[in-house]
Design a protein. Structure first.
Length: 257
């Protein structure tokens, strides 16, 4: 079993590295005046030119290579001619396929100078993901991850989206188990070495309720409050975890410099 998952982990590292390198590369382009369509095109070409393929492209009819979720968009924002403005908050979600394996990651970007409330939400979202990751090891349960995230953000007055969650991932984009970002300690499936999945909390400034727009993809906060998200792809090792999508440049949360 161990040899099997070590081989899988090696392939996951390659896919995760390409996804995180795509976000690293895009960072210099993400500024006021660029459209999310342009970001999508640049990301697609980088993944293609480095031997990969953008997993979202044509996935269940999706017609773009990345997801670009602005301000009150929770997830699955579709790139468009909308240009970025000073004060916007943008999540860019990249999934790269290389050698049939998937690397899935997202980061928040501050467009120019953002409000204090925007910065606070972004920071809390990142820290909640890290708190969910740092406890990972064989023997803990999925509910423990959700508990860490939920208790941290609710203490700060924010809310955890219930309608979307992390997911298993390897040579399939989405597979069991679901990784809820809320929950109770010592509940749910137990982690074992070799498991690979995403942790990707979506945190709202207001209430957690969301709705999906008529395009069938774009999820927004019902109360139009700001939303933020970060995501890593992770593997469970014999005594802990490995993050496959860490930045080569050391980028964690904005500002990236």
């Amino acid at each position: 079993m161990k040899n099997n998952y070590l081989e899988k982990f090696e392939k996951m590292r390659i896919a995760g590295k390409l996804a995180s390198q795509t976000l690293d590369m895009l960072t210099d382009f993400i500024k006021p005046g660029i459209s999310t369509n342009e970001i999508d095109k640049i990301g697609y070409e980088f993944i293609r030119d480095n031997g990969g393929y953008s997993a979202p492209l044509y996935y269940r009819g999706y017609k773009k290579s990345l997801c670009t979720s602005l301000n009150h968009v929770v997830c699955h924002g579709i790139p468009s001619e909308r240009t970025l403005n000073e004060g916007d908050a943008l999540n860019v979600d990249v999934t790269a396929i290389i050698n049939d394996y998937y690397g899935d990651t997202s980061r928040m970007f501050e467009i120019g100078k953002v409000s204090v409330k925007t910065k606070n939400l972004i920071n809390a979202t990142y820290e909640s993901m890290i708190k969910g990751i740092q406890i990972l090891k064989p023997g803990i349960k999925l509910g423990d991850i959700g508990y860490e995230i939920q208790s941290y953000v609710e203490e700060k007055g924010f809310s955890v989206v219930r309608d979307f969650c992390g997911h298993g991932i390897s040579n399939t984009f989405h597979e069991p188990p679901n990784i809820l970002h809320y929950g109770k300690k010592n509940t749910g499936q137990e982690l074992i070495p070799g498991m690979t999945f995403t942790i990707e909390p979506m945190i709202n400034f207001g209430k957690y309720n969301v709705k999906v727009l008529n395009d069938g993809w774009t999820a927004v906060t019902r109360d139009k409050s700001l939303s933020a998200q970060f995501e890593h792809t992770i593997g469970i090792t014999e005594n802990g975890y490995e993050i496959f999508t860490e930045s080569d440049k050391g980028y964690t949360k904005p500002p990236y410099n």
